[in-house]
Write a protein that binds this ligand. Structure first.
Ligand code: NAI
Length: 462
């Protein structure tokens, strides 16, 4: 059997991108994936299906809230959930088959099955053992379990089950006001489900700028989501037709109850390393259970690397893909590099939320002198013309040099707007550099420029 230069374990955005890049660099490469389709969590049960459902459900929300103002009269909106799920599946299929095509094009062998490292340079898939000079572990993450809650993926679900519900529920309780909770909460709230979000902390979207969290919570409440913050869910009891959630309320110090037809557990994810054989070769883990790597993604075992959700850093598909490219380059003898300081994070609700770099809370804690340039979408013509003027762009820049340190956006298309600032930060740009750049009119991106102006002489439309 031919010896590979590289075997990647895991065919998600980290693994498959790494495989394609390695193929392009002329390495003999294989990717081990046990799912029936390539693309990992992101393409099969994560980013892609959730975006398809968010898109479909948002059309319903628009029809219910804005159509009559726009001069569109429709007699009755009928949600065909079965068809919506079919549409979701078609977007998954289009993306996963695209990866399969790219594997063939770049001469990547797909070894179907679960991969186990039996010894250094040897990966077992099914009954076969393949030899390789290098191994990249890209096995991703799985939802974290919560004590006292038995997920059955039917009435008590993780994001996987929430993307496959048999029927639209009347009520949905979501444990955790993080990215998954708020994206899927939006889908169901827009489709008419009563959504209640129970969050341990006294705020939503921990880790993101507090200013953004406060405005975002108000916007989501207007869309029908209900929030109970400062509560710790301790258990969920299954009942016929409704599940009973018990939670500790930090304000009253009492145990309260909430009932809902479906419960979504969205309290984070943990690295997935089970059955991988890392103990066979002595790969070191961090105390958090992540694979310990250096800045070249190398583990403590020569020839074994790891990338993506299974190592430290934000659990984001694009971060994994960036690391996949970098590690393929390193293995091919080039210089692979990822700037972990400039990785955007995005919540694909409507409006979208996007952020890069430091938050105000970070900067205060680090004792860095900064200035704030903030611009409300109420002054943005494009946002007003499409009735989406709730939100803002906030740029944080160094007080002395004006260099951009962070940017936080709530806006339609925030996911795309943030890229301008990512690029600016990569180039070490100042807020003034962005302010001096011509921005098309009428675009949402003018709000980014106005926020940059607000760091200096002041915005025009405020
Ligand atoms: P998360 O870490 O974003 O949020 C989990 C929330 O659950 C936290 O706010 C936490 O305080 C709360 N929580 C924990 N235990 C609790 C309890 N007992 N009672 C009440 N609240 C409790 O995790 P999430 O949303 O599950 O997402 C997992 C990962 O997937 C994240 O790393 C996220 O970045 C990633 N992801 C990214 C997406 C994107 O980029 N758009 C979309 C979906 C997931």
């Amino acid at each position: 059997m031919a010896k590979y230069d590289l075997i990647i374990i895991g065919g998600g955005p980290g693994g498959y991108v790494c495989a394609i890049k390695a193929g392009q660099l002329g390495l003999k490469v294989a990717c081990v994936e046990s799912r029936a389709k390539l693309g990992g969590t992101c393409l099969n049960v994560g980013c892609i299906p959730s975006k398809a459902l968010l898109h479909a459900a948002h059309q319903v929300h628009e029809a219910n809230t804005n159509f009559s103002t726009l001069g569109i009269d429709i007699a009755k909106i009928n949600v065909n959930w079965t068809q919506m799920l079919k549409y979701k599946q078609s977007t998954i299929d289009a993306n996963t088959s695209g990866v399969e095509y790219l594997f063939k094009k770049n001469k990547v062998d797909w070894l179907q099955g679960a991969g186990e490292i039996v010894e250094t340079g040897k990966v077992k898939v099914g009954t076969k053992v393949y030899e390789t000079k290098n191994i990249v572990i890209a096995t991703g993450s799985v939802p974290s379990e919560l004590k006292g809650i038995d997920v059955d993926e039917k009435s008590i679900v993780t994001s996987t089950g929430a993307l496959e519900l048999k029927a639209l529920p009347k009520s949905l309780a979501i444990i955790g006001a993080g990215v998954i909770g708020l994206e899927l909460g939006s889908v169901y709230a827009w489709l008419g489900t009563k959504v209640t979000v129970l969050e341990y902390l006294d705020r939503i979207i921990p880790g993101m700028d507090l200013d953004v969290a406060k405005t975002f919570e108000k916007i989501l409440k207007k869309q029908g989501l209900e929030f109970k913050c400062g509560v710790k869910v301790v258990n969920v009891k299954k009942g016929r037709g409704a599940q009973e959630i018990s939670y500790e309320d930090s304000k009253s110090d009492t145990i309260l109850k909430e009932r809902a037809e479906i419960v979504l557990v969205a309290t984070g994810r943990r690295p997935f390393t089970e059955g991988l054989g890392i103990t066979n070769v002595g790969v070191k883990l961090t105390p958090q259970g992540q694979i310990d790597t250096d800045n070249k993604f190398a583990t403590n075992v020569a020839g074994i690397y790891a990338i993506g959700d299974v190592i430290s850093g934000p659990m984001l598909a694009h971060k994994a893909a960036d690391e996949g490219i970098a590690v393929a380059e390193t293995i091919a003898g080039l210089t692979g590099y990822v700037n972990h300081e400039i990785i955007p994070s995005i919540i694909y609700t409507q409006p979208e939320v996007a952020a890069v770099g430091r938050t105000e809370e970070d900067l205060k804690e680090a004792g860095i002198d900064y200035k704030v340039g903030k611009f409300s979408l109420k002054g943005n013509a494009r946002a007003k013309s499409v009735m989406q003027a709730d939100g803002f762009v906030k740029i944080l820049a160094a007080q002395d040099s004006d260099r951009i340190l962070g940017c936080h956006i709530i806006s339609p298309a925030a996911s795309d707007l943030i890229q301008e600032i990512c690029l600016a930060m990569e180039f070490g740009a100042s807020a003034e550099d962005v302010a001096l750049t011509s921005h098309g009119h009428p675009t949402y991106s003018e709000a980014v420029r106005e926020a940059a102006l607000a760091c200096g002489d002041g915005p025009i439309h405020a």
